[in-house]
Design a protein around this ligand. Structure first.
Ligand SMILES: [Zn+2]
Ligand SMILES: [Zn+2]
Length: 432
């Protein structure tokens, strides 16, 4: 549930406003710091909502729920313009219209590569690669110093959607005297380099090619590159592609509306899929985390209105197990296996049927060496990930690393230091 605030000259800039999900079976998040055991949580925004006249803008880096999910419900507390790029803007507009806020919230569409002044901040949008279309890093310039905010990223030479990662863009930053690089730590404990979406396409192609019955693939709906890969695989293997689940329909709708969905890739109406020969069926279904109301759970319980699976069919998890969801997912797998429906999870195979959207240590090292910031500020991870990211920064020659906890303030200039507990690091429950 990312929510960053940058302060300069009495003004604040918000970058991202996300949620985190509480798994129904997870003990991990329940009633932490007295928070109700709600399904959806956001960072407590009291610090900034009490002085919203000093908030000059909100920027959303990309459309993942942990970066955008809380904004529709919290916006009225901030009441200021939202700046983001076209795919993310389309996702946001659909969320806002669901809440009747479409005409109230000023969403300012920014083109990739643009430079815009927001209050005392001069922002430059840099396209990067991740696991959703249209991810952007930000260069935030002020009279006191310049921040490079990476947001979520990886180095992907063939990301399926959007342009390949371009190192020259980031090498150029070294000439801009970057005061601090605020950087994604999610995979800082993993050695080497992440694999590309194209590697995942090839792995899934092999799996689908070898299957003789129906294939159901589950994963994250917002990974449009993965959805496009599966649509291509359907065409390559003589299958029809159908989508089961509202969030998949929504994401493909957004991708079509913003030009990310290739026109030649067809999706058949899900109501037809039950009538097709089994070897001609490829389905993408929501519910990779075992969510009880999602399509995959209904398939496991054999009560989906449009499709009944049978012996010899295959269910592929093109996803990770988010910590806390182990029980829900293993119950699902057991239900399929009990009916002789095969399942394939990442840990069952050497093939990369899922790839991460975050940088491994090799990628972190390269970006630090290219950008050459004065300070590294690792974010987006548990304490161990932040510490590992700081170690990579140090080894890459970054003179200073600042790691902290939620609610801490990092003073970046003129004298860098950590100010612990600057704001209350609480969580609030959102009703959905
Ligand atoms: Zn994220
Ligand atoms: Zn993300």
């Amino acid at each position: 549930m990312n929510l960053n605030l940058y302060g300069h000259a009495g003004q604040w800039l918000m970058v991202d406003c996300g949620v985190t999900f509480n798994s129904p079976l997870s003990a991990q998040y329940s009633t932490v710091d007295g928070t109700p055991n709600a399904e959806v949580l956001a960072a407590d925004p009291t610090f900034i909502s009490q002085q919203k006249e000093n908030l000059c803008g909100i920027v959303i880096t990309h459309a993942h729920e942990d970066h955008i999910g809380a904004l529709p419900q919290l916006w009225q507390r901030f009441n200021c313009p939202v700046y983001t790029t076209p795919f993310t803007a389309e996702v946001l507009r659909r969320k806002l219209s669901g809440l009747g806020l479409a005409d109230k919230v000023p969403v300012i569409e920014v083109l990739s590569g643009a430079t815009i002044n927001i209050g005392p901040f001069c922002l430059h949008w840099l396209a990067i690669t991740h696991s959703i279309p249209d991810p952007h890093a930000l260069v935030i310039k002020t009279l006191a110093g310049t921040v490079f905010h990476t947001a979520d990223w990886k180095i992907d030479a063939s990301p399926i959607t959007g342009r390949a990662f371009k190192s020259t863009i980031f090498k150029r930053l070294a000439q801009h005297n970057i005061t601090a690089m605020v950087c994604d730590s999610t995979n800082a404990l993993r050695e080497g380099f992440s694999l590309s979406e194209a590697d995942c396409h090839n792995a899934l192609l092999q799996v689908v090619k070898a299957a003789s019955g129906r294939v159901v693939v589950t994963g994250f709906s917002s990974n449009v590159g993965r959805l496009i890969s599966l649509a291509r695989i359907a065409a390559q293997t003589g299958r029809y592609l159908a989508l089961l689940g509202r969030s998949l329909d929504n994401m493909v709708g957004v991708a079509r509306a913003t030009g990310y969905w290739p026109d030649e890739l067809t999706v058949v109406d899900a109501s037809h899929i039950g009538y097709l020969p089994k070897e001609e069926v490829l389905v993408i279904a929501t519910g990779s985390q075992g969510e009880p109301r999602a399509a995959l759970s209904r398939l496991a319980d054999d009560n989906h209105p449009l499709l009944l699976l049978e012996q010899g069919d295959l269910v592929v998890f093109s996803s990770i197990i988010i910590p806390g969801n182990e029980m829900l997912i293993s119950r699902l797998v057991e239900k399929f296996n009990a009916r002789n429906i095969q399942t394939l999870q990442s840990h069952d195979t050497e093939l990369p049927i899922h790839v991460s959207g975050h940088p491994n240590r090799g990628e972190l090292d390269l970006l630090y060496r290219w950008v050459q910031p004065q300070i590294a500020v690792p974010v987006h991870g548990e304490a161990a990930h932040l510490a590992a990211n700081a170690d990579v920064a140090k080894a890459a020659g970054v003179p200073q690393q600042l790691t902290g906890l939620n609610g801490d303030l990092f003073v970046l200039a003129p004298v860098p230091r950590l100010w612990p507990g600057f704001v209350k690091a609480g969580r609030i429950a959102l009703v959905r």
